[in-house]
Design a protein around this ligand. Structure first.
Ligand code: GRF
Length: 207
């Protein structure tokens, strides 16, 4: 199965997926990395691992429809069957979501739905988790729908919030858990062990 990864920033989750592919545990080939930011370090990671890297920004198109058509044409041209968002900070055009329903994954650095939604990314999530007083955070992987962070949840890894945690210390532990979780989920989706059915996630990850 051919996979595209979409990133805005550093791309450590992209790296975890590339490493899993190289280690033979992903069961899929990452053939394309798309970013909406030309300076994203993720693009360098893609190029240095020999993958095609591309910048596509909605603002360079006259309409969202034209942007969606370009994305779709690029993805179809390369035979992409699964899209993994990995720190991609824009909402995808509804047309793309509809065409790839059940075949777009995202990872969020906190429990969903409570700590998700528009504007809830990066340190905002960890600040909000700490301010709420909950004892547990952790990454969530879900199927992408038309809204921010509302799609069917596939898997969550609990990460305890420690006394004295700052957004930075918590972020580091959650990110380490992300790097283990995301490749496992992608592998399970590739194998058909989990899938989206009638808006719900069915199946489960192997332990
Ligand atoms: C991760 O925390 C991920 O959960 C969120 O954005 C961050 C991306 O980090 N969606 P990186 O670019 O993979 O290092």
């Amino acid at each position: 199965m051919k996979v595209a990864v979409m990133c805005t920033g550093s791309g450590t989750n992209l790296q975890a997926l590339l490493d899993a592919e190289d280690g033979g545990t992903l069961g899929a080939r990452i053939v394309l990395v798309i970013s909406n930011r030309s300076k994203a370090f993720a693009l360098k990671r893609a190029k240095s691992s020999g993958r095609e890297a591309m910048v596509l920004r909605a603002r360079d198109f006259e309409t969202e429809n034209a942007y969606a058509d370009e994305l779709l044409s690029v993805l179809k041209d390369r035979g992409i069957e699964l899209i993994c968002l990995a720190g991609y900070l824009k909402r995808l055009p509804a047309k793309l979501v509809a065409e790839f329903r059940g075949r777009i994954l995202n990872i969020h650095p906190g429990p969903l739905p409570r700590f998700g939604g528009q504007g809830m990314f990066g340190h905002h999530v960890h600040e909000s988790v700490i301010a709420s007083g909950v004892r547990e955070s952790g990454p969530t992987v879900f199927f992408v729908d038309e809204e921010y962070d509302t799609g069917a949840i596939i898997a969550f890894t609990p990460v305890p919030v420690q006394p004295g945690d700052t957004p930075d210390t918590l972020a580091r532990r959650v990110l380490a858990a992300e790097h283990l979780l995301y490749p496992r989920v992608v592998a399970a989706v590739v194998k058909g062990q989990v899938q989206l059915q009638d808006g719900k996630c069915v199946g489960r990850l192997n332990d």
